[in-house]
Every structure is written in structure tokens, then in C-alpha cells.
Write a protein that binds this ligand. Structure first.
Ligand SMILES: *Cc1c(COP(=O)(O)O)cnc(C)c1O
Length: 461
């Protein structure tokens, strides 16, 4: 076979253009240009290599990237990586349980307990007998005590708790759920999908807006494993609505399991003077159990105010089946989480909730105290104003109900760009009415000075 004659019309040898790859900086030169960035050499090398590779690839696409642009792009990537490293970030958004900012902040006792557990701890060791113990004997047991449940256990998060309960108690059997509660909770937690993945069969009853106890009872069969109630959390129906209550469903010979979501230990909030308006309708774990729920699951880092975890409390025989299921091993919580949760449970048992759990301190802070903090900040920031804001619990709990709050606002020509600068100081606020605002209800008072300095820099710019 003859090769086709080479096409001479595009032969560059007559009109030599320097290879544009030669104009690019070398990987070593790019690494050297990043010297001032405080990152391990291996990371700088990775950024340099990726940037140079990308520039080479763009040449193959017919582009002619400038040498300076390659240096600039690498510097940008290195800065972005540095800024986005996991680290303390001030939550001045007014959303107390901000999922993207780590939900509930932990107080001094929980932090100390977690630090203490970083070394060797008796996570599965019975100190008294000198034998293997259970990782459910500490946090799980204390949370059961705090909720008046027979038993409790802790897993990685509430999604895992729901998955484990369904897999352990309902695989291959039927789970009856109201159509009004087949919801998607933020971050892709879709009740029908979780049910299917667990191996349970979903039996939908009622309608989107109204489901009665008789709808559940009518779906009962020898294959029914449980009646499942799911708190709609970040979703709310108003108007002509009805859901079967736990007490209506309990006592019909089928276990009632409740995914309560946010982990409000007691709907009467005995740790506060009064039940706040914004908690309206949020189910209390103690009340769910007292009403007859056989098991209740909830998050550790929402209204409980602890670290990320999922808690299962309720009847001992059912909790035991969850503990013994193979998935429990895959979904288990680590020693540091368990130490933090043990501390949080202790705070509830000792009724030191507002003093020791920052979420409740923030939620119940008086407007006068927030105002005083705002005043102290505005004194340090030329042009700053005290503004009224609406904070929120967030974290999928209590949708639509806000908590009156106070912020510090700065009127700016370009508040969005100012907010970007603010964020590089690791403070996230909000922009409203051409103002950059720091809502103080979600801020640890220890961070007020940091906010004042960052705002003062923006005011002077
Ligand atoms: C938040 C929530 C979940 C998911 O909990 P994670 O701890 O985030 O996994 C599940 N169900 C309900 C009702 C929730 O509110």
C-alpha cells in the first residue's frame, strides 16, 4: 500500500513559526513563582504541573496562552486552594445551623471531650471487667437517658440512621408511609430512594395534603414491618392538611418509627423560659417516644447542638437489632464524635443546655445583648449601622420561621465584591439593600473583633 504524498501546502519549514510550547514557562519556573505561598512543595508542584499541562493542551486546540497568563493562573489556583482549606470560618449569615458552614458549633465542654478522645479511649473496652465493651454504652446510652428511651445508638448521620433502621427492621417487608411525607430533604436524601436502597418495600397511603390513621391501618398486612413517619423539615404545607399523629398510629400492633430530623430533645424546651415561636411544630424526641413511637431517629448536629451524627433511640429490642445488623459496622460513628455527643448528652441531663450548647445560647440571646455587641462593633467601623435582621434556625429545621436578630451593616457601592473580600478574611455574611451585613445571632462573640476589623478595612477601602 502506498502512503499518500505529503501535503506540502501547509509545510511550515518555509515559514518557520517558533513552537508556541517553547514560550510557556517550565514547571520548575512556575513552582519557583509560587514560593511566597504557604503550601507544601508537593501541592505547589501539582498546581504548576496541572497549569502547564492545561496551557499545552490549549495550544493543541489552537490557542496561544501568554506566559504571564500561565503564572497568573497558577497563582490563582494556589491562592484558591489555600483559602478553601478546611478551617474556622465565621458564620455571620444569621442561619444558625448552616449546613455549608458545619451546622451546630460546639461549646467548650464538647470540644474538650473531643480533644481528650483523640488519644487512646475506652471506646469498646469495659474498664471494670477488662473485657471488650460496646461503643453504644456511652453516648448512645446517655442520649437514651436524656430522651427517656430504653436504649440508644449513634451512627454517622441521620441519613445513615434511617437507612440502618429500615435495613435492620424492614428489609424484604413493607413500610407504610404517607404520601405527604415522601419528601426530599436537602442534599439528596429522598425518602423513596432510601427505602428502596434498604431493601424495604414502600407502601404509599393517603394523599399529598391529607393522610389519616385509617389510611395506615387499611394498608396493614402480615408483611408490614412498620409505619414510618418523616418530619418534613425543610418543607411545609399550609391550609387543608392533616397527618396521622404518632399516638393515633401507635397501639395498632405495628411499630411506629419516626424520622424526627432535627433532634429537638424536648418540645417544651425546659432549658428556656418559654417555647420560642420559631420552634412551632418541631417534634420533640421525648414527646415522639411518649406518644408511642417504637424508634426515633435524628441528627446530632441540628437542634440537638452536637457534632455530625445520627441517633437512634427507642425500644431496646429494636435498637439491638440495629446494632447487630452488618450495616451498623459500616455506618458507625468514630470515637471523637462519640466523645462530643456524650458531652452534649451530659449537658442535657444536667440541664446546662444554654450555658454549654452554643446553638441554644445563640438561639436564645436577647435582642438587647445582640444590640450591645453591634454597638461595640459599629464604634470601630466608620459608616457602619446597626440593622434589624431575620435570623433562622436552618439545617432543614423549622422552615419559614425566623428569629428576630441584629446585625452590623455597611452601605457600599459594590457590596458583592466587598463580600468576596470579607470571605477571604473567612467571614461569611449577607448582602441586602446594597449593604454588606454581619448578622450577630450566628456569631460567636469571640469573633466580634474579627468582624469589626474586616468591616473597618472595607470601610476605609
Ligand atoms: C436533616 C434530616 C435528615 C438527614 O440528616 P443528616 O444528619 O444530615 O444525615 C433526614 N431526615 C430528616 C427529617 C432531616 O431533617
Amino acid at each position: 500500500m502506498n502512503a499518500p504524498a505529503p501535503d506540502r501546502s501547509s509545510d511550515r519549514s518555509l515559514d518557520p513559526e517558533p513552537d508556541p510550547r517553547r514560550a510557556l514557562p517550565s514547571v520548575e519556573q512556575v513552582i519557583a513563582s509560587l514560593r511566597a505561598i504557604d503550601l507544601p512543595h508537593a501541592l505547589l508542584a501539582r498546581i504548576a504541573r496541572t497549569t502547564v499541562d492545561r496551557a499545552r493542551a490549549s495550544i493543541d486546540q489552537g490557542e496561544r496562552p501568554a506566559r504571564e497568563a500561565v503564572f497568573a493562573e497558577a497563582l490563582d489556583a494556589a491562592r484558591r486552594l489555600t483559602t478553601n482549606l478546611l478551617g474556622h470560618t465565621v458564620n455571620a449569615t444569621g442561619v444558625l445551623l448552616h449546613t455549608n458552614l458545619g451546622r451546630a458549633p460546639l461549646g467548650a465542654p464538647a470540644r474538650a471531650a473531643m480533644l481528650d478522645a483523640a488519644g487512646a479511649v475506652n471506646i469498646e473496652y469495659d474498664i471494670e471487667r477488662g473485657t471488650r465493651g460496646s461503643r453504644h454504652d456511652h453516648a448512645g446510652h446517655l442520649l437514651a437517658a436524656a430522651t427517656n428511651a430504653e436504649a440508644g445508638m449513634v451512627v454517622n448521620n441521620n441519613a445513615a440512621a434511617v437507612m440502618l433502621v429500615l435495613a435492620a427492621l424492614a428489609a424484604g417487608r413493607e413500610v407504610v408511609v404517607s404520601r405527604g411525607e415522601l419528601v426530599e430533604i436537602g442534599g439528596g436524601f429522598r425518602v423513596p430512594d432510601v427505602l428502596r436502597e434498604s431493601g424495604a418495600r414502600l407502601v404509599e397511603v393517603g394523599t399529598t395534603n391529607r393522610t389519616r390513621a385509617d389510611d395506615f391501618f387499611g394498608a396493614r398486612s402480615p408483611d408490614t414491618a412498620m409505619f414510618l413517619r418523616i418530619h418534613a423539615s425543610n418543607y411545609r404545607m399550609v391550609g387543608f392538611t392533616e397527618q396521622a399523629s404518632i399516638s393515633d398510629l401507635a397501639g395498632a400492633g405495628v411499630d411506629v418509627v419516626v424520622d424526627a430530623g432535627s433532634g429537638l430533645i424536648d418540645a417544651t424546651t425546659p432549658w428556656l423560659d418559654t417555647v420560642p415561636e420559631w420552634l412551632h411544630d418541631e417534634p420533640g424526641i421525648r414527646q415522639c417516644l411518649a406518644d408511642g413511637a417504637a424508634l426515633v431517629t435524628f441528627s446530632g448536629d441540628k437542634l440537638l447542638g452536637g457534632p455530625q451524627a445520627g441517633v437512634i433511640v427507642g425500644r431496646a429490642d429494636l435498637v439491638d437489632r440495629c446494632r447487630r445488623h452488618p450495616l451498623a459496622r459500616a455506618l458507625r460513628a468514630d470515637k471523637i464524635t462519640l466523645a462530643g455527643l456524650q458531652s452534649v448528652a451530659w449537658s442535657y441531663l444536667e440541664n446546662r443546655v444554654v450555658d454549654e450548647i452554643p446553638l441554644w445560647e445563640m438561639a436564645s440571646a436577647s435582642l438587647a445583648s445582640l444590640h450591645a455587641r453591634a454597638e461595640a462593633i459599629t464604634r470601630q467601623v466608620p459608616g457602619a449601622k446597626i440593622v434589624t435582621t431575620q435570623a433562622a434556625a436552618g439545617g432543614g429545621s423549622v422552615p419559614g420561621l425566623t428569629i428576630e436578630s441584629v446585625g452590623v451593616g455597611l452601605l457600599l457601592a459594590d457590596p458583592d465584591t466587598a463580600h468576596a473580600t470579607f470571605r477571604t478574611q473567612r467571614i461569611v455574611g449577607l448582602v441586602r439593600d446594597s449593604m454588606l451585613i454581619a448578622d450577630l445571632r450566628s456569631v460567636d462573640p469571640d469573633d466580634d473583633l474579627r468582624i469589626a476589623h474586616a468591616l473597618a478595612d472595607l470601610a476605609r477601602a
